[in-house]
Design a protein around this ligand. Structure first.
Ligand code: UDP
Length: 469
C-alpha cells in the first residue's frame, strides 16, 4: 500500500499551480497524491471545473477533489470563512482516504492554515507549502513580534523603516495591505495564521537556497519566531508550471515573437489578477509608443472590483475603446497587445524577449529567473511591494517603475524605464546577474542540487518505515 500525501489549496492560480507542480513531483517519487482545492466563487464553477478537468486529464496519477464554497460573499474575510467551513468536508475526505491508505502528511497552502486543526485531530503530520519566497516567509513569521512593538497602525508609520532578521530594511508602507490597519479583523486573522506557522512539522518553500540565502539562514537560525524554534525549512523550488501543448495549439503571440529579433521585445504582464483603470492603461500605451521599443502587452479589463472574478477568462477587454485612439494601428509593426492572458512561461523563455515588466508576484519572479530575463518591478497588491524591494535592492536584478505607490505611473516613466532596461549599460549588468541566477536555479534542481536534496529530505521525513513507497 502506497503512502498518501494530501495537498490542500484554494482556487487562485498563483497558489494552485505551484501546488500542482509539487503534486507531480511527489507522484513521480512514488507517493499516492490527492490534491484538494477549495473553490471560492459559486458562480465561477465553470472556470473551476474547466481548470480542474484540464489538470486531471494532464495528470492522471493525481486524484483531484474540489470543495465548493458553503456560502456566497466577497472579500478576504469571506475567503477565510469559506476556508474555515471547508474543514468539515476536508476531515471527512481524509477519514475516507485513511480507510484504504496510510496518510503520511497533509501539505497546506498558507491560506489554508486553519486545516491544521483537522490534521491535529486526525493525528496526521502537517506541512506548510509557502508559495512565495523565504524573504516573505521570514517577514510573516516575524510580523507578530513587530506588531507587539508597534503602537500605531502600519498605515500611520508610512515610510519608517522596519527591521526584520534576514531582510533589508522595509518601509512600513511596503507591507501588504492586509497588515496596514492594526486590529482590523483581517489583520488579526493574518497574525493568527503567522503565529500558527510554528505548529507545522516543516515548511516547504518555493525558492532555492542561493536565491534568498540571508532569509533562509535567519529562518533556520530561529531568529524570526519569538521562541527561537523554527520547523525544518525545505527550499524545494523553483517549481514552475510549464504547460504541455501541441504545436497547433501555440498561442498567436508566440508566432509573433518568432518574427522579432533576439532579445528585442519587452513583455508586460501583471499576474493572474492584476488590472488597471483606463487612465493607467492609456499612460502605459503612450509610454510604450514613445519608447520606440518592441513590446508584448497583456491587457485585462479595467479594474473589476472583486479580484477573484478577474480569474474569469471570458472577460475580454475592448481594446479599441480603452487604449488611445490609433495606438494599435500605429504600433502594429513592433507591438502586440494580448487580451486577458498570455502563456507567460513560454513567452519569457522565447529568445525574442529581452525584459519583463512585472507586478512582482512570486511565480512571475521565479519564471523570469529561470528564463534569465531582467525585470522592471511594478508591484500592485499582496506581498508584491516587498518582493520588489528584494528584487531591486537585494538581488539587484530589477529596476523600479517609479509611481507604483502613487496614484499613477506616468507615460514618461514607462518610456524611460523601458528604454533603460532594453538599452543601457545598467541593464547589461542586470542581465548578467539574471543569467547567474538562472544557472544557480538550474543547479539547485539538478540531482543532488539543494532543492532536489531538500525534497528528498522532506520525503524521508513523511514516509513511515512501514509504508513502502
Ligand atoms: N500568468 C500567465 N499568463 C498571464 C498572467 C499570468 O501564464 O497572462 C501566470 C504566470 O505565469 C504565473 C501566474 O499566472 O505563473 C501568476 O502568479 P504570480 O505569483 O506571479 O501572481 P499572482 O497571480 O498570484 O498575483
Amino acid at each position: 500500500m502506497k503512502g498518501t500525501v494530501l495537498l490542500y489549496t484554494l482556487i487562485a492560480l498563483g497558489h494552485l499551480m505551484p501546488m500542482v507542480e509539487l503534486a507531480k513531483l511527489l507522484s513521480k517519487k512514488g507517493m499516492s497524491v490527492t490534491l484538494v482545492i477549495v473553490d471560492l466563487l459559486k458562480d465561477s464553477s465553470s472556470f473551476t471545473s474547466k481548470t480542474i478537468s484540464r489538470l486531471s486529464t494532464a495528470n492522471p496519477t493525481i486524484s483531484f477533489h474540489v470543495i465548493p464554497p458553503a456560502t456566497e460573499g466577497e472579500g478576504i474575510d469571506h475567503l477565510f470563512k469559506i476556508l474555515q467551513e471547508a474543514n468539515t468536508p476536508l476531515s471527512y475526505l481524509l477519514q475516507s482516504i485513511s480507510e484504504t491508505s496510510s496518510v503520511c502528511a497533509v501539505v497546506l497552502d498558507m491560506f489554508c492554515t486553519c486545516a491544521l486543526d483537522v490534521a491535529r485531530q486526525l493525528n496526521i503530520p502537517a506541512y506548510l507549502f509557502y508559495t512565495s519566497g523565504a524573504y516573505d516567509l521570514a517577514m510573516d513569521i516575524y510580523f507578530p513580534t513587530l506588531d507587539k512593538n508597534l503602537d500605531n497602525s502600519i498605515v500611520e508609520i508610512g515610510n519608517r523603516l522596519l527591521h526584520v532578521p534576514g531582510l533589508p530594511p522595509i518601509p512600513g508602507s511596503h507591507l501588504p495591505d492586509h497588515l496596514h490597519q492594526k486590529n482590523s479583523p483581517v489583520y488579526k486573522t493574518f497574525i493568527n495564521i503567522y503565529q500558527r506557522f510554528v505548529q507545522y512539522d516543516g515548511m516547504l518553500v518555493n525558492t532555492f537556497e542561493s536565491l534568498e540565502k540571508k532569509a533562509v539562514e535567519a529562518l533556520r537560525a530561529g531568529l524570526c519566531f519569538p521562541g527561537g524554534y523554527t520547523p525544518p525549512v525545505y527550499c524545494i523550488g523553483p517549481l514552475i508550471s510549464v504547460p504541455e501543448k501541441k504545436e497547433e495549439e501555440r498561442h498567436e503571440c508566440l508566432v509573433w515573437l518568432d518574427m522579432q529579433p533576439r532579445k528585442s521585445v519587452v513583455f508586460l504582464s501583471f499576474g493572474s489578477m492584476g488590472s488597471f483603470p483606463e487612465q493607467q492603461l492609456r499612460e502605459i500605451a503612450t509610454g510604450l509608443e514613445n519608447s520606440g521599443q518592441r513590446f508584448l502587452w497583456v491587457v485585462r479589463s479595467p479594474t473589476i472590483a472583486n479580484r477573484l472574478k478577474r480569474l474569469d477568462p471570458q472577460d475580454k477587454p475592448d481594446l479599441q475603446a480603452i487604449l488611445p485612439e490609433g495606438f494599435i494601428d500605429r504600433t502594429k509593426d513592433r507591438g502586440m497587445v494580448v487580451k486577458q492572458w498570455a502563456p507567460q512561461v513560454e513567452v519569457l523563455n522565447h529568445e525574442s524577449v529581452g525584459a519583463f515588466v512585472t507586478h512582482c508576484g512570486w511565480n512571475s519572479i521565479l519564471e523570469a529567473t529561470m528564463a534569465g530575463v531582467p525585470m522592471i518591478g511594478w508591484p500592485m497588491y499582496a506581498e508584491q511591494k516587498l518582493n520588489k524591494i528584494y528584487l531591486v535592492e537585494e538581488m539587484k536584478v530589477a529596476v523600479n517603475m517609479k509611481g507604483y505607490d502613487e496614484d499613477i505611473v506616468v507615460a514618461k516613466e514607462v518610456e524611460d524605464k523601458v528604454k533603460l532596461i532594453m538599452e543601457s549599460e545598467e541593464s547589461r549588468v542586470i542581465r548578467e546577474r539574471m543569467e547567474t541566477m538562472r544557472e544557480k536555479a538550474v543547479e539547485a534542481l539538478r540531482e543532488c542540487g539543494s532543492s532536489h536534496t531538500a525534497l528528498e529530505d522532506f520525503l524521508k521525513a513523511v514516509r513511515k518505515d512501514d509504508v513502502p513507497c
